[in-house]
Design a protein around this ligand. Structure first.
Ligand code: HEC
Length: 143
């Protein structure tokens, strides 16, 4: 059996397998993003309670009640937002500059100019306390 004779068949096979895995991957990715996660609610510290108020008014429409995610945005109580992968700085940046779509398919996040730096630090405390109560801790980021 000569490879050159079978090359067209091999190529068709490769394209088929590639196409099928893309379809499977897309359906997996879509289910993952529309399902709000189940969030355990801890007893919040005073700054986290302040953060929750600001969060509910400015972020929950997209990131969901308790950071569980919604149809408009991803859950923040999610392992990819652990402090090793998204340090507190990335929250400050997200609020100030917005976020281009890169991890999910919800589109870009617009900057949130109504939310001050102090309010953002309270939101960070709130989200970190939610994350810890749900088993999300610092993990070194490997790329
Ligand atoms: C209009 C919808 C919307 C609102 C309102 C919104 N976000 Fe987002 N946010 C998104 C989307 C969508 C993403 C995901 C972008 C991606 O990675 O694809 C995101 C991503 C993020 C990220 C990840 C940043 C990174 O570096 O990947 C943080 C942190 C964040 N948002 C915090 C907030 C905070 C805090 C608020 C409220 C002050 C807020 N968001 C309000 C839609 C929103």
């Amino acid at each position: 059996m000569k490879i050159s004779e079978n090359l067209p068949k091999i190529l068709v096979g490769v394209f088929l397998i590639g196409g099928i895995s893309m379809i499977v991957w897309n359906s997996v990715a879509t289910t993952a993003q529309t399902q709000p996660v189940d969030v355990r609610i801890p007893t919040l510290s005073a700054p986290a309670q302040k953060g929750k108020l600001v969060y509910d008014a400015n972020c929950a429409a997209c990131h969901g009640a308790n950071g569980a995610g919604s149809e408009q945005g991803p859950p923040l109580v999610h392992d990819i937002y652990n402090p090793g992968h998204h340090a507190d700085e990335s929250f400050i940046r997200a609020v100030r500059l917005g976020v281009p779509r890169h991890h999910w398919n919800f589109g870009n996040m617009m900057p949130q100019p109504k939310v001050s730096f102090e309010e953002t630090t309270d939101i960070i405390k709130y989200i970190r306390e939610l994350q810890r109560a749900n088993g999300i801790f610092y993990k070194p980021h490997r790329m």
